[in-house]
Design a protein around this ligand. Sequence first.
Ligand code: NAD
Ligand code: LMR
Length: 339
Amino acid sequence: MLARQALRSLSSHSRLFSSSSARQTKVAVLGAGGGIGQPLSLLLKTDPLVSSLSLYDIRGAPGVAADVSHIDTASEVTGYAADKLDEALDGVKVVVIPAGVPRKPGMTRDDLFNTNASIVRDLAAAVGRVSPEAHILVISNPVNSTVPIVASVLEQAGVFDPRRLFGVTTLDVVRAARFLSGITGASPSETPVTVVGGHSGVTIVPLLSQSAHGKSVTGEPLGQIVHRIQYGGDEVVKAKDGAGSATLSMAYAGAKFTHALLRGLNGEKGVITPTFVKSDLYASQGIDFFSSNVELGVNGVEKIHPVGPISAEEQKLLDAALPELKKNIEKGKAFVAQS
Ligand code: NAD
Ligand code: LMR
């Protein structure tokens, strides 16, 4: 009873899930036994738009599934052990990937590349083989490289549809709203901030000038909040002191983005949120993946919104972001080309 009340309260207070009687969907989590995977699986179990949850990990997924499956929501939950990846992917419409190692203090996200690139490559190949029409949501870092890796793998398999691949940058958006709320005193629901670019350090570009509350922040406080949004992940890595990076806030952000996609897939109009997708916005500069506001629809990416009017300070941030982003994207593509 208490757990049910807590979950109801979570949904209503955070507005994580809107209620809907729309068509429901089978969702898989690859990496479900991990720090993100477990709470993400919990939150997805409470999403009314999820009819079936398929939980896979190289270790621990059947246990997580048995646990989560007792929650009194309608969805079915099945756990799959290491040798059951194909079964886990059978018939899924949405695949969320938080598989891979997290940072320790002193590391950049790019330092995770050597381990996570091959994990993500192999999982993407399985999705392309078993459920080529699934929408893939990549959480594993470095997102700026792992998303191009998934695209290249699917391209090689002849099944890539750019409308169905998303790098999850929602945690940057969640942090930006929370941090702006903290300095303006307004509720986070009133302080949404569009965050564009990519998901690491200087490639994270918050557009505070486009926010009603954000545009009032200038001078030193502006520099401080921009830095905090760009390096919020480091705060958590430092505080966890070797035990990993953001897991709970990321699970929240991952569940939030998954729910937004499911609303779009169900035909709801006007579902718009930043996400890192194949994009023409900066293709003339050799950058073919970029996060900006994206409208989500029945086929996934419905419309990619341009960055829009930005301040001189934000233009400087964008100028610093683009070369780094280009490098990260090329690294991902080169990895698959050489594999
Ligand atoms: P974790 O180590 O707690 O969990 C990772 C899980 O992946 C483990 O259970 C592990 O067994 C599993 N795994 C490893 N190889 C696998 C494979 N081949 N198939 C299936 N599962 C596999 O790590 P975590 O804290 O959950 O973080 C996971 C990833 O998410 C990291 O790369 C981290 O940097 C990233 N992350 C991204 C964001 C973001 O905003 N996109 C935020 C936080 C963390
Ligand atoms: C985050 O932003 O918290 C994640 O990308 C994890 C990390 O390594 O900081």
